[in-house]
Design a protein around this ligand. Structure first.
Ligand SMILES: C[S@@+](CC[C@H](N)C(=O)[O-])C[C@H]1O[C@@H](n2cnc3c(N)ncnc32)[C@H](O)[C@@H]1O
Length: 377
């Protein structure tokens, strides 16, 4: 392996699924204590394990992974990307493609590594005025750049939960100006080479027209924007990933309901303006909290997200609440990340949910619209 030229490699397409806990391995050079190492990232269902090894060891492990585990590899160098395909009978084909990554400076490896890196122009970031034509992030847009990268890191973690070997359909409900929709498309379609069909939906006609023009200009052929209301959207039978970022109040719940009914593999949702429970929540024991408007408002918003997470768990998801940097609304925000899969004893989850709901004397929108998917009271 030539350490000065390999920027990153990705091994994917398992030869056989049984007995292999991970679905993909990414490899990149890193500098540790002035020595060159290779970092192997093993992607499992919803976590990633990292291991740093020496150059000699890296060559051995990559050889072994190709011989025993994976049928496909993508090796990125500054000159070209090489796609390696190994047939069932171990016939090897190598396709040479235009490079998608520039040389990395190993001395910078101690700096935070972003999913999107500075130094080479990324067309959608240039169009959105975040980078200049030389690939430098504008100082006043650095927070936005960090936010986009934070979002993509969260997407990166759930990649193994998305279906492989077919086109993935993604719906972004309440997409607005769609910075993160463009980022998602760039990351999955261009960096990760996934076959995609991405739709952004929003109520605002002018914003949607603008987004469609930009998608055309960028030649993002599988990214389309539509005008419509989340609750009324019924054009697709199957969606693999639902994204909803700052869709107001119960628009988030309408999006979560759609996602659950589609059996979406992944849901990423940053709620916003959670007003629904503010007018409902009451319990004299909570009077020290609820008698202050500002505390009642914050408590109601947190309770809404707690309710959403528990209901998603009850409807067949493993749900996490993560911190999301959000520049435009509040300094910090919560991202609900739900991945299809069992999350525990349903009877216990239902007990926890109903006790909480009854204690607060609330009647959440998401429970009402998903009644047929939940245990009965
Ligand atoms: C605060 S903006 C967020 C935009 C974008 N997702 C982001 O994070 O930058 C909320 C967007 O949701 C849209 N929206 C709110 N309710 C909606 C609904 N019921 N159906 C479709 N879009 C909706 C609004 O028009 C607005 O563009």
């Amino acid at each position: 392996m030539n350490s000065s030229t390999m920027i990153m490699a990705t091994l994917s397409q398992l030869r056989k699924k049984e007995g292999i806990p991970y679905t993909k391995v990414q490899i990149k050079p890193v500098e540790l204590k002035n020595e060159l190492y290779y970092q192997f990232s093993y992607f499992e269902s919803n976590k990633v394990a990292h291991k740093n090894v020496t150059t000699i060891e890296a060559t051995r492990v990559i050889k072994e992974l190709f011989e025993q585990t994976f049928r496909q590899g993508m090796i990125c160098t500054p000159e070209a990307d090489y796609q390696i395909l190994i047939s069932k009978k171990f016939k090897v084909s190598i396709l040479t493609k235009s490079p998608t990554k520039s040389e990395i400076d190993l001395s910078h490896n101690r700096k935070k590594q972003y999913v999107l890196e500075e130094g080479q122009p990324i067309p959608f970031l240039v169009e959105l005025g975040i980078m200049n034509e030389q690939g430098k992030v504008l100082a006043r847009k650095y927070d936005k750049f960090k936010q986009i990268n934070r979002f993509l890191e969260m997407v990166e973690d759930v990649l193994p939960s998305l279906p492989e070997g077919r086109t993935i359909t993604i719906l972004d409900f309440g997409c607005g100006k769609s910075y993160l929709t463009f980022a998602l498309y760039h990351y999955l379609a261009i960096q990760e080479n996934r076959s995609l069909n991405v739709i952004g939906l929003d109520l605002k006609t002018d914003v949607i027209e603008h987004c469609n023009r930009l998608a055309d200009k960028l030649e993002y052929t599988q990214l389309k924007f539509l005008v419509g209301d989340i609750a009324e959207y019924d054009e697709l039978d199957k969606v693999d990933m639902v994204v909803t970022l700052h869709a107001c109040d119960t628009a988030t719940d309408a999006a979560l309901e759609k996602a659950v009914r589609w059996n979406a593999s992944v849901i990423l949702s940053v709620p916003c303006c959670q007003h629904e429970l503010f007018t409902q929540v009451k319990n004299p024991i909570l009077d020290p909290l609820l008698s202050h408007g500002i505390l009642k408002e914050r408590f109601s918003a947190l309770a809404t997200d707690g309710v959403r997470a528990k209901l998603l768990d009850l409807m067949g998801y493993r749900t996490q609440l993560l911190e999301f940097i959000d520049m435009e609304h509040t300094p910090k925000n919560i991202l609900i990340r739900a991945v299809k899969g069992e999350s525990g004893d349903q009877a216990q989850l239902w007990k926890e949910y109903t006790e909480f709901r009854d204690f607060l004397q609330i009647s959440p929108y998401l429970e009402k619209v998903c009644k047929d998917l939940l245990p009965s009271n």
